[in-house]
Each structure stands twice: as structure tokens, then as C-alpha cells.
Design a protein around this ligand. Structure first.
Ligand SMILES: *[C@@H]1O[C@H](CO)[C@@H](O)[C@H](O)[C@H]1NC(C)=O
Ligand SMILES: *[C@@H]1O[C@H](CO)[C@@H](O)[C@H](O)[C@H]1NC(C)=O
Ligand SMILES: *[C@@H]1O[C@H](CO)[C@@H](O)[C@H](O)[C@H]1NC(C)=O
Ligand SMILES: *[C@@H]1O[C@H](CO)[C@@H](O)[C@H](O)[C@H]1NC(C)=O
Ligand SMILES: *[C@@H]1O[C@H](CO)[C@@H](O)[C@H](O)[C@H]1NC(C)=O
Length: 844
């Protein structure tokens, strides 16, 4: 059998018990003649070769096809072997049986581009994907299949899940995309993070998990299946780990490889939440920690996060940006030093690959918080990882007769067990600060969405109805309207003590109107989407109209049976302070209108927008549509809209939705200006934007613009704001920084210090984007500077020629290199003290 031969070639170490090998190979590969991807306890095996695989998540609908080749190339240049993506069911099957695989949802095109770049694919079919994506990737119509319960032992659900999974697998086979067909797919995934639900779900959940594994394996993909966060993943499915750290993880069988399907590079942003950052030193540390324990597959989630265009954001309350602090930013630009430092890590790991795949590591204690992991194969390859887990102190360790200095919370990688080629805490890549510069403001006209509902298409019934059932998520908006009769004898008409109106909603946001006047707006948040409106109702004698515009902000994507979670005004709705005391409006007749008038008129489109009369603009008008025509800014820098002057709504460019804007929702959280990489990371550790909009800039893909003719921009604004403040901005490199120690303390032979390699003279390398030049040096200090890029300051020791050296070498150039040593800066400003160079150079 081809596969066992492959196993033997790869099997330089003790193979797993033979009968088990046969068992899972038979289950996994009913067609062994064509199968080329298998696994053993060490690694995924491709064409008989065990591989250490570095992977990164890029979700195809979170960018545009025009960006895909560049994103994939940048991933390859960053040292990735594999691109991982979910498959987004609700994008592919918008209505039952009607499939869509075009534009951003052209899965086959995306996979073929990955193949063309020479990379592999890990295809996470799910079809539950979570992913902060609307409804976790499930089509909303699925909820309304009679008798359905999601993700449990439920026949209608299993039938639908199997049908879609089969559809995707058949499509992949037809396009010859599996590895054994010459394609890029080496791994698949069924379900997603089901373990925690299974724990609570009991027997039906276990039955479902077993069914899902069996169903997937039965599709004969010829590549291994993975179930992530699923400790009891049934054979031959591999269970894998997701998290900020996964070095604690071991697979559920000794013959499965140790895989990390989601190494979180950062975290998502919710409207109302902060923008999280994960220092690359800690991310690199976590990856090295996983590899040194014997891990052989790491996937960065996300490598490029991208954008939740349209209404694809889940949550509720997930922001439109899904940047994730990933190595490639939302706009497709390299985030430095994150991308570069990880590239250096990947190079170091690849140098270790021969040793890593041939044996299990030996762990040697080097101190209280220090240890070595050594892969020493009988064939002569040797790789070692030296770890310092102390988050405060440097450590000097001795390994195999050599001394090594280890910064706090760091790992050094020694691909030959002798030379440290990389340390996770020593970043030699420059830091890049991006800037957003204005590329145009616009002339606007407006159209007022009437504050009362459209009457056509509305219907009346007794009581309050659930929102998603009404809209089927075709729109964020649902109007609830009712009438209240007020007698002439109401006391409040005399004394002016108006009644109060209380409305309780399951979420996510609402606006209340009394007789057409907006009286209040309330909204929930990612922690609790429910909300209660309470406000004064200035009612008059006779009939009064109360209208509530309930607004959804993305459907939930995670949680136990999230498909049953409600949205909308479910009551009670009551008036207090009438002669009769309280009047309950909950069981009155209510009139419902799905969507906005402007949506029905398709004002976002070219034809729709020309079908109505547009008027002059006045600021701070709620429920208003704005329109502007504009020419595309020249060049090819990525673009965004600065929506800082607006409140909440949606934006379209040439009829395509760039997503929900909500700069009016300010970030709550605890931010600090600096953030130490050392010590255990979690998503609350390094946050920014406190008190500012959670998201101010909204990505406008270049390819959505007509570069020569006129372009249409339409904004729907719920809250108010001033469209005159909206500008298009260009994202470019603003400045670059280096922060490099005078000497990189490396290793030296104890017995013969003279023979040690002279410590390399470190260099600061600075470079702007192509087409830019370094225009000025904002900061330079060789000595003991403090702070971080964008906010350096001089320390007590400072070489007086620090600026001169940088100005002379760098200003006017696109890139430059400066040695980090005293003679470059006019002599040693403080002998005997460890010095460094900190520089910030402006790009223009
Ligand atoms: C690796 O193994 C060889 C031979 O067994 C031994 O001489 C050498 O010291 C080992 N190296 C390390 C770093 O453990
Ligand atoms: C959805 O609405 C229909 C018709 O109004 C109703 O019969 C059904 O019970 C509702 N379903 C849910 C889940 O609310
Ligand atoms: C409601 O709005 C109208 C005009 O739109 C205004 O004349 C009236 O005073 C407002 N009523 C209240 C109670 O604010
Ligand atoms: C509620 O509406 C129904 C028709 O939809 C009507 O027959 C009924 O009289 C209304 N009730 C009230 C109290 O207005
Ligand atoms: C910049 O650094 C100084 C101290 O060096 C600090 O007081 C200030 O808060 C920092 N500013 C920012 C924006 O981080």
C-alpha cells in the first residue's frame, strides 16, 4: 500500500502500534491507491514526508478577489505553507438549493490562487464556523426548517449539514483540488469547537459528534479531517487546539499529531469594545513553546482578518473591521514588526524541521523557570529550544557546555543545538506606524427616511412579534407601530406631567417615535444585547401614534442553541402615569413594516438613487439617506472612509455595501499606553481606543471604484451626524522605527571564549513603502532611550551625534541601514552601560 510505504519512509522513529495504524488508514482512506496525505503521531504526512506546517487563516469573503493574489503572496513570503479558511454556508446558499460561488464567494478561484502560489489549504467546511460571522455561517432560512435544532442529534439538521458538506466536497473533487488530485487541500475540518457544547449536551450531543465525524470520513476526501476543540474526536479524526497558547495540549490518541488550528494573533473588535493588540514577542513565544513540545502544525487565526462587508458581521455587535491585529492588516498591508518577526521565526523553525520530524523532544531543566527541549535524532540532526518562562528577568543558562542569555518570557531557537539563530523577544524588524491622510471630501444631498412606517407592505396583528422571524434577516430594520387613545380628561394634559413609556427589547438597538418625533435611542452591547427603553411620551388628547424602529446588528454566531435567541421588541411595552395608572400596550394591535423605505427604493444603487428627489443637507437629522458622487483618488494606496462625524448606519459604494458604520459607539475598556509583551496574554491585556469610536475607518476596496468615471456613495444614518465631515482617506506608512540593542547577547563557548563567533554587530534597518522616501528623523537616540515607536524619549544616556548619523544615512532615501555601535554616533556616551538605538523616521 502506497500509504504504508510512505509511512515507513517518514517513520524514522518508533511507529504507532501497527494494528492501530491499519485501523485508521482503512477508515480514512478507502481508496489508498490515490491517497497522499496521512498522519502519524509526529506530523501530517504529505507524499510520504512528515511536515512541520505553518498555516494562516485568510477568509476569502473578508477581502475581495482582486486582493487575493497579493494576500496569498504575502503569506508565502511570510513563511507560510498552508492557507486555512472556513467555508461560509450562508454566503453560498442564500436560499435553499440556490447556490452562489461568485465574486467574494468564489471559493474555487481562491483555492486555485493558493495552489498557484505553491501553498497548501486547510479547508474548514464546518459548516458551523462561528468566526464572528453572521449566524455562525448558517443560513437564516435553516432556522425555519420544521423541527430543526442546530448542532445536535436532529434529523433535519443533520440532513442539511450533510447535504452542504457533500456539495462542497464534491465541488472540490470535481475541480481536482484535493492534494492526491494535484490540488492544494491537505486537510479538512468538520464541525467547529463543538467540545464545550458536547460537554453540556449529553448523549444527543455525543451522538451528533460521532455522526459528524463518520459522515465526513465517509466522503472519502483522501485527506485527514480535523475537529478543533473536540477532546473526544472519534478516530480517525484529529482533535486540535485553539487558543492564545496550546503547549499544554496533547491529542486524544498517541498516534495523532499535535495540531494548533487557531493560534490567535489578536482578537476581534465589537462595536462598543476596544481594539485589542497582541505583542508579536508573545505570539512568537507561544508558537515556539508549542513547537518545542512536539507540535507540528500551527495556524495563525487570523493571518489576514479583513472586513465584514455588508451585513456579514455576527455577534451581535461585531464591528465591520475584522482586522484582528493580524500580520497582514485589514487593508492588505504588512503589519510590522508582526509579519517580519514571525517570518524570522518560521525560518528558524524550518531550519529545525529535519530534527523536529524525526523524534520526540527531551526536556532538560536549566533553572527554576528555564528549560531546554532537545530534538536529537540518531541520524545526526539536532535542534534545541531554550526557554525562559520568567516574565520579569533575563536568564543566563548553560546548555551543552555553552552559555546563552535569554530575555524574559522568551525562547531561543538553535537549529543545530549550538547557534541561537532566533529569540522570540528580540525583534530585529522595524516597526511601522500607518497614517490615514485625506484624499477628498464630498458634496452631499439628502433624503429623509420618514419617521413613520411605510404603509404598503405592512400588516397588523395583535401583540409583539419576534424580529428575525419577520425580517428573515433581509434587513436590520423592523418597524413596530401602535395607536394610543388619550381622553380629554387626562390629568397630564393639565399639569404637564407626561406619562412615561417603557419598552423592553431582546435587542439589539431601537429608536422610539411619538407622533413622528424621535424621543429616544437605546442599544445593547456585546455582553448583553437586551435593552429597555424608558422615556417621556408627550402624548396629546385623541389618537397618538407610537412607533419603534428595532434594529438588529448582526445575528449571534456562538452560544448554546444561539439559533433560538430572539431579537426585537418582545415587550412588555407600557405607559405609566395615566389616570388609570398603567396601560399595557403589549397586547394591542401592532402594525409591522419590514425594512426601510429607502431600502425598498434601493437608494443605495445607481438606479434607485436616481428615482427620488434629493434635498439639501442639514446636520444631525436622524434616519436620513445621503448621497455623493465622486472620482476615485489616484494611486493604489488602500482607501477607507473616515466616518468619525457620523453616528450609526450603513454605507454603500457603487451599490456595494462596505458594512455597518457605528463610530457613535465609543469603546469601553481599560487601555494603557504601553503594553509589556512578557507574561500570559489575554484579549483584555493590550487594548486601545478607549473613549474613542470602536471603529472610525471603513475599508473601501479599490476594485469597487471606477478609476476614471464617477462613483456613487450612499450613507444611511440612523442617529444624526454631519456627512460633510466624511472624508476618503489613504492608508500609507507614516513612520518607521527601529529599537535595537548595541550587542545581541549571543552564545559563547565556555571552554574557549576566544573561539566564539564574535557577537554580530547589529544593524538598524529602516525602509518606507515603495515610492516613499524618509523625509525626516523624528527621534534618534543611541544610549538609554525609553518608550515605544511613536513615543520615544531620551534617557539619561544619549550620544550627541545620534541624529546626525541617522540624518546623514537615511534622509532622502527609501531605505537605509545604520550600525548600532558607539563609533557610529561619535563615541560611547556611557561606557559600561548596555545601550540601544531608538529611531523614528518619517516617511513622506
Ligand atoms: C545528541 O546526541 C549525541 C549522540 O548521542 C550526543 O553526543 C550529543 O551530546 C547530543 N546533543 C545534545 C544537544 O543533546
Ligand atoms: C414566525 O411567524 C409565524 C407567522 O407569524 C408564526 O406562525 C411562527 O410561530 C413564528 N415562529 C417563530 C419561531 O417565532
Ligand atoms: C414634534 O415635532 C413637531 C414638528 O416636527 C413639532 O412641531 C412638535 O413641537 C414636536 N412635538 C414635541 C412634543 O416635541
Ligand atoms: C385589531 O385589528 C383587527 C384586524 O387586524 C381588528 O379586527 C380589531 O378590531 C383590532 N382591534 C382593536 C382593539 O383595534
Ligand atoms: C509618551 O511617553 C510619556 C513618557 O515618556 C508618557 O507620559 C505619555 O503618556 C506617553 N504618551 C502616549 C500617547 O503614550
Amino acid at each position: 500500500m502506497g500509504t504504508t510505504a510512505g509511512m515507513r519512509r517518514a517513520g524514522t522513529v518508533r511507529p504507532p502500534p501497527l494494528q492501530l495504524v491499519h485501523l485508521w488508514i482503512l477508515l480514512l482512506l478507502p481508496a489508498p491507491a490515490t491517497a497522499a496525505v496521512t498522519y502519524d503521531h509526529k506530523a501530517v504526512v504529505i507524499n510520504g514526508q512528515r511536515r512541520i506546517l505553518i498555516s494562516g487563516s485568510i477568509h476569502y469573503p473578508r477581502s475581495v478577489p482582486e486582493m487575493w493574489p497579493d494576500l496569498i503572496q504575502k503569506a508565502k513570503d511570510g513563511g507560510l505553507d498552508v492557507i486555512q479558511t472556513y467555508v461560509f454556508w450562508n454566503g453560498h446558499e442564500p436560499t435553499p438549493g440556490n447556490y452562489y460561488f461568485e465574486e467574494r464567494y468564489d471559493l474555487v478561484r481562491f483555492l486555485k490562487l493558493v495552489k498557484a502560489a505553491g501553498l497548501y489549504v486547510h479547508l474548514r467546511i464546518g459548516p458551523y464556523v462561528c468566526a464572528e460571522w453572521n449566524f455562525g455561517g448558517f443560513p437564516v432560512w435553516l432556522k425555519y426548517v420544521p423541527g430543526i435544532r442546530f448542532r445536535t442529534d436532529n434529523e433535519p439538521f443533520k440532513a442539511a449539514m450533510e447535504k452542504f458538506t457533500e456539495k462542497i466536497v464534491h465541488m472540490m473533487k470535481a475541480e481536482k483540488l484535493f492534494e492526491w488530485q494535484g490540488g492544494p487541500i491537505i486537510l479538512a475540518q468538520i464541525e467547529n469547537e463543538f467540545g464545550p457544547l458536547e460537554y453540556n449536551g449529553g448523549a444527543p450531543a455525543r451522538a451528533y459528534a460521532n455522526w459528524a465525524a463518520k459522515m465526513a470520513v465517509g466522503l472519502n476526501t483522501g485527506v485527514p479531517w480535523v475537529m478543533c476543540k473536540q477532546d473526544d474526536a472519534p478516530d480517525p479524526v484529529i482533535n486540535s487546539c485553539n487558543g492564545f497558547y496550546c503547549d499544554y495540549f496533547t491529542p486524544n490518541q498517541p498516534y495523532k499529531p499535535t495540531m494548533w488550528t487557531e493560534a490567535w494573533t489578536g482578537w476581534f473588535t465589537a462595536f462598543g469594545g476596544t481594539v485589542p493588540h497582541r505583542p508579536v514577542e508573545d505570539l512568537a513565544f507561544s508558537v515556539a513553546r508549542f513547537i518545542q513540545k512536539g507540535g507540528s502544525f500551527v495556524n495563525y487565526y487570523m493571518y489576514h482578518g479583513g472586513t465584514n462587508f455588508g451585513r456579514t458581521a455576527g455577534g451581535p455587535f461585531i464591528a465591520t473591521s475584522y482586522d484582528y491585529d493580524a500580520p497582514i492588516d485589514e487593508y492588505g498591508l504588512l503589519r510590522q514588526p508582526k509579519w517580519g518577526h514571525l517570518r524570522d521565526l518560521h525560518r528558524a523553525i524550518k531550519l529545525c524541521e529535519p530534527a523536529l520530524i524525526s523524534g520526540d523532544p527531551a526536556r532538560i531543566s536549566l533553572g527554576n523557570h528555564q528549560e531546554a527541549h532537545v530534538f536529537n535524532s540518531t541520524e545526526g540532526s539536532c535542534a534545541a529550544f531554550l526557554a525562559n518562562y520568567d516574565s520579569n528577568s533575563y536568564a543566563k543558562v548553560e546548555f551543552d557546555g555553552v552559555h546563552y542569555d535569554l530575555p524574559p518570557w522568551s525562547i531561543s531557537v538553535l537549529p543545530d543545538c549550538k547557534n541561537a539563530v532566533f529569540n522570540t523577544a528580540r525583534v530585529s524588524f522595524q516597526t511601522t506606524l500607518m497614517k490615514m491622510t485625506s484624499a477628498g471630501a464630498y458634496e452631499w444631498t439628502s433624503f429623509s427616511e420618514e419617521s413613520t412606517s411605510l404603509d404598503s407592505g405592512s400588516f397588523t396583528t395583535t401583540g409583539l412579534l419576534e424580529q428575525v422571524n419577520m425580517t428573515r434577516d433581509s434587513t436590520d430594520y423592523l418597524w413596530y407601530s401602535t395607536y394610543v387613545d388619550i381622553g380629554q380628561d387626562e390629568e397630564f394634559l393639565m399639569n404637564g406631567k407626561y406619562p412615561s413609556l417603557t419598552a423592553m427589547s431582546a435587542g439589539h438597538s431601537l429608536h422610539v417615535f411619538v407622533n413622528g418625533n424621535l424621543t429616544g435611542t437605546v442599544y445593547g452591547g456585546v455582553e448583553n444585547p437586551k435593552l429597555t427603553y424608558t422615556g417621556t411620551a408627550k402624548l396629546r388628547a385623541g389618537s397618538n401614534k407610537i412607533s419603534i424602529l428595532s434594529v438588529a446588528v448582526g445575528l449571534p454566531n456562538v452560544g448554546e442553541h444561539f439559533e433560538t435567541w430572539n431579537a426585537g421588541v418582545l415587550g412588555p411595552v407600557v405607559l405609566d402615569g395615566l389616570n388609570e395608572g398603567q396601560r399595557d400596550l403589549t397586547w394591542q394591535n401592532w402594525t409591522y413594516t419590514v425594512g426601510l423605505k429607502g431600502e425598498a427604493l434601493e437608494l443605495h444603487s445607481l438606479s434607485g438613487s436616481s428615482s427620488v428627489e434629493w434635498a439639501d443637507v442639514y446636520p444631525n437629522q436622524p434616519l436620513t439617506w445621503y448621497k455623493a458622487l465622486f472620482s476615485a483618488p489616484p494611486g493604489d494606496d488602500p482607501l477607507a472612509l473616515d466616518m468619525g462625524s457620523m453616528g450609526k448606519g450603513q454605507v454603500w459604494i457603487n451599490g456595494l455595501s462596505i458594512g455597518r458604520h457605528w463610530p457613535g459607539y465609543k469603546a469601553h475598556g481599560s487601555c494603557s499606553s504601553s503594553c509589556s509583551y512578557a507574561g500570559e496574554y489575554n484579549e483584555n491585556k493590550c487594548q486601545s481606543n478607549c473613549g474613542e469610536p470602536s471603529q472610525r475607518w471603513y475599508h473601501v476596496p479599490r476594485s469597487w471604484l471606477n478609476p476614471t468615471g464617477r462613483n456613487l456613495m450612499v450613507v444611511f444614518e440612523e442617529w444624526g451626524g454631519d456627512p460633510v465631515g466624511i472624508t476618503m482617506v489613504r492608508r500609507t506608512v507614516g513612520s518607521v522605527c527601529a529599537d535595537i540593542s548595541e550587542w545581541q547577547p549571543s552564545n559563547w563557548r565556555i571552554e574557549d571564549p576566544g573561539r566564539a563567533e564574535a557577537p554580530r554587530r547589529p544593524k538598524a534597518r529602516l525602509g518606507c513603502s515603495p515610492g516613499q522616501k524618509i523625509s525626516a528623523i523624528r527621534f534618534a537616540s543611541f544610549g538609554t532611550p525609553q518608550g515605544f515607536c511613536g513615543n520615544f524619549s531620551q534617557g539619561s544616556c544619549h550620544a550627541h551625534r545620534s541624529y546626525d548619523a541617522l540624518k546623514m544615512n537615511c534622509v532622502g532615501r527609501e531605505r537605509c541601514t545604520v550600525g548600532v555601535a558607539a563609533d557610529v554616533f561619535g563615541g560611547d556616551p556611557c561606557p559600561g552601560i548596555m545601550k540601544k538605538l531608538a529611531v523614528e523616521a518619517i516617511c513622506g
